[in-house]
Design a protein around this ligand. Structure first.
Ligand code: SF4
Length: 452
């Protein structure tokens, strides 16, 4: 995820007659979306959302297993909760990817946990938390389980996550996702379209379609592709922006790119994880494309949409990564000129093929490569952002900036963070902002009052 933090809904004092839950979410947009589903489900059973563990009867931790760092953070949070639990007596439910990975083992590791619930079992949560004894629920269903979307308790009133698939069949050698989220399951398009129409009717201006390998999407009822779905979503009235994440380069078709180019509501912005710029590393990662094939996809996107904004993920220090391999990644950044990157040091994950190989790039080398990569990218971002100075751009305002509350904060079509001043209340509105200054990670400006 990224650096924008907005002040969310006003914190309400809990009603002392109703049971209260608190959710802490680690990880990606899919986890954030799952937490919104869980919050809505519990609310429908009479629970209310609290502001902190201390005032709650149930603390839910929605976990991420993708990187060792987020698992470490989860265990550190559990350690802190142990002491608070002794005084307050709440129950602890661990949900999400670490719950799926560890199952009952978590009770042995951390006896103060009460419930362990995998990502395919959230619908059972209200019944599970009725039990006094410890419960684990981590079974998988082979097909899509539809959650009632009307129950979702969304964090934003203007931009909504809409999951369209779950799981991944790709088995990249470093990635734990296929083991904790299972094989691909696709949501029927009719449910997706119904949910998005309802969102647009309620005034939502943006939807972000979610799936771990979204470019593989097929409607299980009609076999229509992601491109077909995107075109149908683009016909829905009152929506302004449509995004989708995460795309796999090998399944990014010209058909999808053409839908993006022709349907103006689909943002000219794409997150396309490359992971490495060296063919030998890409092969060892089992990514299913070469550097040249990736660059061909980028060329296709730029040919159809010269103004497209691209972002990516990079792993440094993958087993066997030489200086030459790393240089190839740096050159790829220079060639593509991403608007943003998410970069990480490699850490072996359980069950994956790469965890069987020696983690042979020393920590200090990984660290140095990450710094070098990020400083090159920072320079590129400054150059890209300089082109915005003086321009007037559309911004979807998501609220006030948490760091600088006198400013509003939002996203432009390229999904960059834009902080801006306005004398009028503009939360949840699409506005025009004149860019007056910029940094490597955000744009700054002032509202164009006539745009409100
Ligand atoms: S495509 Fe690869 S990196 Fe992405 S979720 Fe699937 S296995 Fe993991």
């Amino acid at each position: 995820m990224d650096e924008m933090e907005v002040i969310g809904n006003q914190k309400e004092k809990p009603d002392s007659t109703r049971p209260t839950f608190f959710i802490h979410t680690f990880g990606c947009q899919m986890n954030e979306s799952d937490s919104e589903h869980i919050a809505g489900l519990l609310t429908s059973y009479g629970w209310q959302k609290g502001n902190c563990p201390e005032e709650s009867n149930l603390v839910i931790i929605n976990t991420c297993a993708v990187r060792a760092k987020s698992v470490d953070k989860f265990f550190s949070l559990l350690g802190r909760l142990k002491e608070i639990k002794k005084k307050r007596g709440f129950k602890i439910a661990v949900v999400g990817c670490v719950a799926q990975l560890e199952g009952e083992e978590l009770f042995k590791l951390q006896p103060h946990i009460d419930y362990v619930i995998g990502p395919d079992n959230y619908l059972e949560l209200p019944k599970i938390i009725d039990h006094k004894e410890k419960i684990t629920s981590t079974t998988w269903s082979g097909h899509w389980r539809e959650h009632p979307y009307s129950l979702i308790r969304r964090e934003s009133q203007v931009s909504a996550y809409v999951p369209i698939m779950e799981g991944c069949n790709n088995f990249c050698t470093y990635c734990i996702v296929p083991f904790v989220r299972g094989r691909e399951k696709y949501r029927p398009a009719r449910f997706i379209l119904e949910e998005i129409k309802a969102l647009a009717d309620r005034g939502f201006l943006e939807v972000q379609l979610l799936g771990q390998s979204i470019t593989s999407y097929r409607d299980p009822e009609s076999n229509q592709s992601l491109a077909d779905l995107l075109r149908q979503v683009a016909q829905i009235n009152n929506l302004k922006w449509i995004r989708f994440i995460t795309s796999h380069p090998k399944n990014l078709t010209r058909e999808i790119a053409q839908a993006m180019a022709e349907e103006k509501k689909i943002c000219r912005q794409l997150h396309l994880p490359v992971q490495a710029g060296s063919n030998s590393i890409l092969k060892r990662m089992n990514r299913g494309y070469t550097r040249e094939e990736y660059l061909e996809k980028i060329a296709m996107l730029k040919e159809l949409m010269p103004e497209i904004s691209l972002s990516t993920d990079i792993i440094v220090g993958f087993p066997g990564e030489s200086e030459k391999d790393f240089e190839d990644t740096l050159r790829l950044l220079e060639e593509v000129r991403f608007t943003n990157i998410f970069s990480f040091r490699y850490s072996p994950r359980p069950l994956t093929a790469a965890s069987q190989w020696p983690d042979d790039v020393p920590f200090e080398v990984k660290r140095r490569r990450l710094i070098e990569l990020q400083s090159l990218q920072k320079k590129i971002q400054l150059e890209i952002n300089a082109n915005f100075a003086g321009r007037i751009i559309d911004v979807l305002c998501l609220g006030r900036s948490q760091k600088t509350p006198h400013l509003y904060c939002g996203r432009n079509e390229a999904h960059q963070v834009v902080n801006f001043s306005s004398s009028l209340e503009v939360t949840n509105k699409m506005v025009k902002v004149k860019i007056t200054s910029f940094g490597p990670y955000s744009l700054h400006g002032e509202i164009v009052p006539e745009s409100i």
